[in-house]
Design a protein around this ligand. Sequence first.
Ligand code: TXA
Ligand code: MG
Length: 353
Amino acid sequence: MRLLDPATQPDAIEQAAQRLADGGLLALPTETVYGLGARADDDAAVARIFQAKGRPANHPLIVHVANAEAAWQFASAVPLVAQQLMDRFWPGPLTVIVPRAPGMAAASAGGQDTIGLRCPDHPVALKLLQAAARLGVMGVAAPSANRFGRISPTRAEHVMDEFKDQGEGPDEVWVLQGGLCDVGIESTIVDCTRAHPVILRPGRLTRDEIEAAAGEPVGLSTPEAPDADAPRASGTLVAHYAPRAKLRLMSDTQLSSALDLIEPELTAKALANKAATPPGIAVYSRSLWAHRPASPGVVQRAMPADAISAAHHLFSDLRELDALGVDLIWVEKPPVDPVWDGVRDRLARAAAA
Ligand code: TXA
Ligand code: MG
């Protein structure tokens, strides 16, 4: 494991770009989450990603590019709707699925004849992608930099926790420091290869914004109503993004009555146990704490009340709660409102695990 930090090492970006050119693994910051990257045109390098994550090799990866021109090299055609979305949202938290150019990035695409492309809006990522392009690396395949099925990382430290014991030589994970990710949940993925576009994974960009840019109605695949034609892929598996603790979603009233039942026992246990045993339950809620006093048996954490900050904090808060060693994380269901689609999607999948 090696940390490259552009804030303290003037050649960090160059070293990181060279690492990619050499076929090695490099975790990179983006505005959504950190990605575990390798050059997209090198099937052996891409195989290292699947191996490190423990991810099935038929799950397609997103290829990250410095700009739209680089994206076109991977596409056999750029559908008009993809072009419109790229013009409107790139660089940004949007992945477009387009037909793949034959022979390009086959391993990255997990055998699909389509490919997911994204130009991230993060200064370090963009500098890296440009430096890599100068070394002949036109795209960087990068899934989220976590082990398969686990919580995506939003800080370099999370990535280091996930992969500290991983490999030597090109299998060793180098990490490019880019600070805290702004968006906090993965990009909105829009399949542009159908008659009508479909959101395969919601993110910060809402369906309304996507429809406005596309100029036509856009479908939405959800855990409750998954899109039948979507390839089986990890971000769209019903159970994903899971902490070690069991996560349960409840309404605020369900949460309140469940706590009424169990809190006295947990509090008694906590008070009797002078030794530091981990608390049994963590509660992550938007509305509860205003009318519920703190208690020694239950860890309480406030979920931000607006969707943008809730997404920003979601994965790091779940990681922190998980690290306390609790058995259960009870989460208040987010509002049924399109701006919460991304957060609701991640929590539903985490609860299904
Ligand atoms: O924000 C993000 O998108 C992050 C950062 C690192 O850019 N990346 C990310 O990658 O979330 P990953 O591998 O965890 O999720 C990629 C998902 C796949 O699980 C799949 O659902 C979808 O993108 N995907 C990629 N290529 C596809 C394709 N050709 N067809 C359909 N879905 C595809
Ligand atoms: Mg992922």
